[in-house]
Design a protein around this ligand. Structure first.
Ligand SMILES: Cc1cc2nc3c(=O)[nH]c(=O)nc-3n(C[C@H](O)[C@H](O)[C@H](O)COP(=O)(O)OP(=O)(O)OC[C@H]3O[C@@H](n4cnc5c(N)ncnc54)[C@H](O)[C@@H]3O)c2cc1C
Length: 445
């Protein structure tokens, strides 16, 4: 393992974080940092927070530190589009010839169980959250992408997953735009403010977990007693270290972690719409979320705070962090996507605009397992990463504590990212693929 020189950087202003009710909640002060912990978890996204909950449950006597270089809820887990999906991306089944129906059944069951688990924790603590099981749409604006909807429907039939197909008139009433021609609706997706969920969960972690924000880690030294070196030079001893730092894992010198690559995508949040603007969308309108039928297309949310979020524009992350130029260049594309869908709201400005980091792997499988003596790591490899990251975190805790199950054995066998060519071939290949997808997604981007 080696010292990392690459740390996640800010990119624009994350509207979910700015509008989340736990934004000003404080966690532990660095002066409370001990020299020794039973477990140190680095990375407090959905993976790290779920690992912390599960470890604390399995070892209520253990001292656990959860560290993140940002405030909790600031990076990917807090800047995604907020779809906590029960049904895996059907497009994966269509495009990944090696994926079997059985794999997807496993994913579906994992997703259901992590959603139910998080919901129980939330309810047990009466945690106030923007969390609504409103279902989600996958919508097509061009006949060429109807095939994604049709293939999705076949897949749902095979797995007995409930869905309905909606056409333009009904969509106009539900989505407040006549942009979309056809959509597949699945009723069990939960729509959230993701920053509020992950940060809110961190506020109710058991007492034996201490959260340190704004605490960057530069190195992990494996061994009988591994150590964690903070960016400021402070060293902590740990019984075991868990790295849930997403695609930044490769910078810690973890073998095969460069199989996790990433794309950048961008989100624009309007200011709050006024009553007349909401009424202009239609009398039936309720908060909703739709992804695009084409995998390269835009995602749209009407949030419970009466804002519209549009997430679109995809760029390959040759470098993990997003340059100012790339962020600024993406604004035009996000704005165009918004105005295409909501021409009557063209006067409404974005209040927040940000860039996001989405980790991927070639076969969509997460990275998972032991990576050194007493060091463990996990990172996800697909766009629907909230439930996957949560699964990774939970089963890392089970692996460490030796909690055997059929699920853990399945995770160990299948959470193995496949090979991806090194640079410069990966960037060349990825850019070609993104260009191809953009051409075919047409106005759906
Ligand atoms: C724009 C966008 C839209 C998306 N939409 C969806 C969606 O709607 N639904 C869905 O399921 N998924 C979506 N995703 C994907 C999803 O957000 C991610 O897959 C998921 O959040 C990954 O969780 P994680 O815990 O593995 O990683 P992260 O959330 O990235 O957590 C890793 C943490 O590690 C920290 N870290 C990294 N390096 C260090 C270091 N050296 N020291 C200390 N801390 C460090 C980071 O600050 C970060 O907080 C989207 C992502 C983006 C960016």
């Amino acid at each position: 393992m080696k010292e990392t020189r690459v740390f996640p950087e800010e990119s624009g202003v994350n509207g979910w974080f700015e509008t989340n009710r736990y934004k000003n909640r404080t966690f532990a002060d660095l002066s409370q940092l001990q020299k020794d912990y039973d477990y140190v978890i680095v990375g407090a996204g959905f993976a790290g927070v779920n690992a912390a909950f599960r470890l604390a449950e399995l070892r209520p006597d253990a001292a656990i530190a959860l560290l993140d270089c940002f405030p909790v809820g600031y990076f990917s887990s807090g800047r995604n589009a907020g779809f906590i999906v029960e049904v895996p991306h059907a497009s994966g089944l269509v495009t990944n010839s090696k994926a079997s129906l059985d794999d997807y059944r496993w994913r579906y069951n994992f997703n259901r169980s992590v959603i139910a688990r998080m919901k129980k924790i939330i309810d047990d603590h009466a945690l106030q959250l923007d969390w609504v099981k409103s279902g989600a749409y996958k919508s097509s604006a061009i006949p060429e992408s109807f095939s994604y909807i049709d293939k999705g429907a076949k897949f749902f039939d095979a797995l007995e997953i409930p869905y309905s197909i909606l056409e333009r008139d009904e969509l106009k009433e539900r989505l407040g735009t006549d942009f979309y021609l056809r959509s597949i609706y699945t009723p069990n997706t939960v729509l959230v403010n993701p920053s509020e969920v992950v940060r809110g969960l961190a506020t109710i972690l058991p007492q034996n977990v201490t959260v340190f924000e704004n605490t960057a880690v530069k190195e992990v030294k494996e061994g009988a007693v591994p150590s964690v070196i903070l960016k400021n030079g402070t060293a902590l001893k740990a019984g075991k270290v868990i790295l849930t730092v997403s695609g930044f894992l490769k910078h810690f010198g973890v073998k095969k972690a460069d199989r996790v690559f990433a794309i950048h995508s961008f989100g624009g949040f309007t200011r709050e719409l006024d009553s007349a603007e909401i009424d202009s969308l239609g009398s039936q309108i309720r908060p909703y979320g739709t992804t695009s039928a084409h995998p390269a297309g835009a995602t749209v949310r009407l949030t419970s705070t009466r804002r519209i979020l549009v997430r679109t524009v995809i760029r390959f992350a040759t470098y993990d962090n997003i340059s100012e130029e790339r962020l600024n260049a993406a604004k035009k594309g996000v704005r165009r996507a918004f105005e295409r869908r909501f021409p009557s709201l063209a006067h409404v400005p974005f209040e927040y605009f940000y860039g996001g980091y989405i980790p991927f792997t070639m076969n969509s499988q997460p990275f998972f397992g032991q990576v050194g003596e007493n060091v463990f790591a996990g990172a996800v490899g697909e766009g629907a990463g909230v439930t996957r990251a949560s699964t990774v975190g939970l089963y890392l805790a089970d692996l460490i504590e030796g909690v055997d199950s059929e699920e853990l054995r399945y995770v160990q066998k299948t959470f193995v990212p496949s090979y991806i060519a090194p640079e410069p071939f990966r960037t060349i290949g990825a850019n070609a693929r993104i260009l191809w997808d953009n051409i075919h997604a047409k106005i759906e981007v």
